[in-house]
Design a protein around this ligand. Sequence first.
Ligand code: NDP
Ligand code: TDO
Length: 288
Amino acid sequence: MKILVTGSNGQLGSELKLLAAVYKTFDFTFIDVEEVDLTQADSIRSYFAAKQFDFLIHCAAYTAVDKAEEESRLAYAINADAVKTLAEVCVEKKIRMIYISTDYVFDGEANQPLTEMAVPSPVSVYGKSKREGENHVLSILSNAYIIRTAWVYSTFGKNFVKSIRHLASQRESLGVVCDQIGTPTYAFDLASAILQIVEAVAQGRVDEPGIYHYTNEGVTSWYDFAYFLVRESKLNCRIQPISTAQYKTAAVRPKFSLLDKSKIKATFALQIPHWSESLKVCIEKLSS
Ligand SMILES: NC(=O)C1=CN([C@@H]2O[C@H](COP(=O)(O)OP(=O)(O)OC[C@H]3O[C@@H](n4cnc5c(N)ncnc54)[C@H](OP(=O)(O)O)[C@@H]3O)[C@@H](O)[C@H]2O)C=CC1
Ligand SMILES: Cc1cn([C@H]2C[C@H](O)[C@@H](COP(=O)(O)OP(=O)(O)O[C@H]3O[C@@H](C)C(=O)[C@@H](O)[C@H]3O)O2)c(=O)[nH]c1=O
């Protein structure tokens, strides 16, 4: 089974690289911008011209949420246009696509966990460009998997956990928004879930393409997340709850993006760890 992973230097791509060693029957190829620049459709097509894969796990994306507001052309080129080209290549080459999407496709106005039936209505350039990517996948491919996740962190790359640990090690107190609700996702857990899904599909045990939601279990705010993180990291910094209005950012973020994971758990018999347990694992790795 030949599997191509894009975004191999990112958080999720890096965790998939580590886990690849466990899946010995899979033949992985990992690429990033050095191999294929996703802003160049020709570069995408010529990369695939003489190659064949069974699955494409598309992790590469433009993920700088605030910067996307001023670099919208680039965000759309990577998160939407490149996804369209990749989906077309997947049709031509009969490749099964796993597209990773985000809770930021929602506007945050819901008041109950968001199922895959909830109607997306993104409020940021990043969210809109990722939704356009989803729409390309849905209209071009009938057998793709779209996995929406949220608040991803890892020992690799840039993320909230590493930013807060850095800031908390330098300051006596730190304000963190307490009125945006969701669930963090440890990229290692997500990578593991994705490979369990690929394995189930490859072995013909389960094959129900469509949209799925995946985060860790539980619910929290960015404030509670940061509070727990700083306490468990034994850092001497006071985390203060503040409102979104007090923390000015270029992009609007959803106030509520709690994803309902019932579908992915039932379909693929997944066991998902609670966010606090996974965060402890990550802290342990970051501290060693
Ligand atoms: N991070 C998060 O909190 C969340 C992420 N997601 C989604 O999950 C997926 C994985 O995210 P994550 O691993 O955190 O992302 P990262 O930002 O850590 O990694 C993205 C990767 O994409 C690469 N990339 C960017 N531009 C290009 C380009 N023009 N051509 C080729 N590669 C490029 C980056 O390379 P380089 O670093 O060199 O630019 C990087 O290696 C993405 O689809 C993202 O939208 C969903 C919800 C939450
Ligand atoms: C660093 C920091 C952030 N915040 C707030 C800002 C924001 O509302 C929230 C999260 O901050 P960040 O900017 O680090 O996270 P952000 O880039 O918004 O994270 C998002 O990334 C994209 C890629 C996704 O797909 C989303 O699921 C989500 O993970 O915390 C504080 O209140 N205080 C702080 O010191």
